[in-house]
Ligand binder design. Structure first.
Ligand code: AVJ
Length: 315
């Protein structure tokens, strides 16, 4: 085990014990994505009901030329998350004036994979990965000095944060990217409840398996004894907070053990596993504004609506 993976499993253990010890039990959605979970997420994206990924990709495709017109010569694309996906390539293809690509991630392995896959296809592009997670102050790599930065945060991952966390994230990105930066953020929009609930509770049960996988991961990595069949998947729209919530509901009274510690579940008791905030152009503009960003352009897909917001550092 590397120091990095040892640290991650220690954080995982602490977070799980803490989350299960609360009067309202919860787990962080960041732990969904082990190898099995990442594969399950990809399967979720292929379900008919889960529209965000394919909708954002189609929107990027139609907006790419217009987005490229905002990108200056010699700019650096700074992507938050390991990236180098189809979405990244769409931007790189549409904006050949991009001189550098800087993926930012806590995992050196993910960064290595991301840059390796681009190296042969974009030989002229400077690849400059940045290891970091924002909990400590970051600065852009020295070799992109002088390249105007454009941040990229696709996938509506921003929706997993609480509004205050989202503002903190956007503020740290603003500090990292600097005062002449732009930032392209993909975010899912508020829409009718039926479409939202179906997207998080597909008929084939792929999202249910994705949700339950976090219990399987606890069993695998933390010596847990969760009985996956005793937890029902629930997806609910919280209208007041404008977010989709995923829950696992204990279908019987039971005691589960993790790292030797017992955790009691009443019948019907919920374990909250994810918030996925949805936005309106107005609510997103307000959030970005609190972090020092101004919305300069918004692209919205046909229904089910998904948005790309182009932000500029506003001073
Ligand atoms: C990857 C965080 C954008 O919140 O829609 C998919 C994760 N959860 N189905 C989302 C997810 C349930 C997804 N994000």
């Amino acid at each position: 085990m590397t120091d990095e993976t040892a640290q991650i499993s220690e954080d995982f253990a602490d977070d799980v014990i803490q989350g299960l010890s609360r009067p309202h039990k919860r787990l962080s959605p960041k732990y969904f994505y082990d190898d099995a979970g990442s594969r399950l997420f990809e399967a979720v994206c292929r379900t008919r009901e889960y529209y965000p990924t394919r909708t954002e990709l189609a929107l990027l495709r139609t907006a790419a030329a217009e987005i490229a017109a905002y990108i200056p010569d010699g700019a650096a694309l700074v992507e938050f998350g390991s990236g180098a996906s189809l979405k990244t390539r769409l931007l790189l293809d549409a904006a050949p004036q991009l001189a550098a690509y800087v993926p930012v991630d806590i995992s050196p392995d993910a960064l290595e994979r991301a840059t390796a896959s681009l190296r042969s296809d974009y030989p002229a592009l400077l690849l400059s990965p940045l290891v970091g997670d924002f909990s400590s102050p970051l600065s852009l790599p020295a070799d992109i000095h002088g390249c105007p930065p454009i941040g990229f945060f696709p996938g509506s991952t921003i929706g997993n944060f609480t509004p205050d966390e989202a503002v903190a994230f956007l503020g740290r990105a603003r500090t990292l990217l600097g005062s002449n930066a732009q930032f392209l953020v993909g975010a899912d929009l508020v829409k009718d409840e039926a479409t939202l609930v179906a997207a998080y509770d597909d008929a084939a049960g792929v999202t249910a398996a994705f949700n339950r996988n976090v219990l399987a991961r606890i069993n695998r990595e933390l010596g847990g004894d969760f009985d996956l069949d005793s937890f029902a998947h629930r997806a609910v729209w919280n209208a007041e907070a404008q977010r989709m919530e995923m829950w696992l509901i204990s279908t019987r009274e039971q005691t589960v053990h993790v790292l030797g510690k017992p955790f009691h579940f009443a019948q019907g008791e919920g374990l909250h596993t994810e918030n996925s905030h949805k936005f309106t152009p107005a609510s997103f503009t307000e959030l970005a504004g609190r972090a020092g960003w101004r919305v300069v352009r918004t692209w919205i897909s046909p229904e089910p609506q998904f948005a790309l917001f182009l932000l500029t550092a506003s001073d």
